[in-house]
Design a protein around this ligand. Structure first.
Ligand SMILES: [Ca+2]
Ligand SMILES: [Ca+2]
Ligand SMILES: [Ca+2]
Length: 183
C-alpha cells in the first residue's frame, strides 16, 4: 500500500502559481479570471474591483483613492479573493507578504473554519480542495478600527489529486509489478 501511494504522489508534481509582476499570468485586471498551468486551471475572483498584480504581489484593485491596488486590504471595505480549481487538489502552501501589526488574512476552505494568517512568509496548509470548491481569502483587522493596510499574495502551490480511475489503474500496475518480481 505504501508503495502504491508513493508512486501516485510521484506522478503528480506540485504546480506553483507565482503571482508576481504586472502582466504576469494572474494579473487579470478584471473582476475574475482563469489560468491553466501544469494541467490545473485556477480561477480567481474579487468581491469588489479587479484581480491585479504588480511587481510586489497579487491583490485586489478597488475603485477609489487610497486603495492598495495589488494587495488585499480593508481600506475602502473588506476585500475578499476567492480561489478555485477545475480538478481536485491539495492546497499545499500560500506565501504572503506585507503583514503589519494591523493586518491578518483569513483563509477558509469551502466555508470551513478560518485559518488566520498573521505573519509574512510561507504558510504550509495541506488542505484538500475538491474541483469547484472555493478557498476564501479575506482581509481582516486584528486591531480594528485600524484598517488592514494590505496583504500581498506572492505564490501558492497545489498538487493535483489523482483521479480515482487512474489511481486504480496505478494500483493494478503496482500489484502486477510486485507479482512479476516474485520468484
Ligand atoms: Ca497589473
Ligand atoms: Ca486593495
Ligand atoms: Ca500591510
Amino acid at each position: 500500500m505504501v508503495l502504491i501511494l508513493s508512486t501516485a504522489v510521484s506522478v503528480n508534481a506540485a504546480v506553483v502559481f507565482s503571482c508576481l509582476g504586472n502582466g504576469s499570468a494572474l494579473d487579470f485586471e478584471a473582476s475574475s479570471g482563469s489560468h491553466t498551468l501544469g494541467g490545473v486551471q485556477v480561477t480567481l475572483e474579487a468581491n469588489e474591483g479587479d484581480v491585479n498584480a504588480s511587481l510586489e504581489g497579487l491583490g485586489i484593485n478597488r475603485v477609489g483613492g487610497g486603495d492598495e491596488s495589488a494587495a488585499i486590504d480593508t481600506k475602502l471595505g473588506v476585500e475578499i479573493l476567492t480561489v478555485s480549481f477545475d480538478v481536485d487538489v491539495v492546497f499545499d502552501s500560500l506565501t504572503i507578504s506585507d503583514l503589519g501589526v494591523d493586518d491578518a488574512l483569513d483563509a477558509s476552505f469551502n466555508g470551513g473554519a478560518a485559518i488566520q494568517l498573521t505573519s509574512s512568509g510561507l504558510h504550509h496548509l495541506g488542505v484538500t480542495l475538491l474541483a469547484g470548491e472555493v478557498l476564501t481569502l479575506t482581509a481582516t483587522e486584528p486591531h480594528a478600527p485600524n484598517p488592514n493596510n494590505g496583504v500581498r499574495i506572492k505564490e501558492f502551490v497545489v498538487t493535483a489529486v489523482p483521479e480515482p480511475s487512474s489511481l486504480a489503474l496505478l494500483s493494478i500496475a503496482c500489484i502486477a509489478a510486485l507479482l512479476r518480481r516474485r520468484p
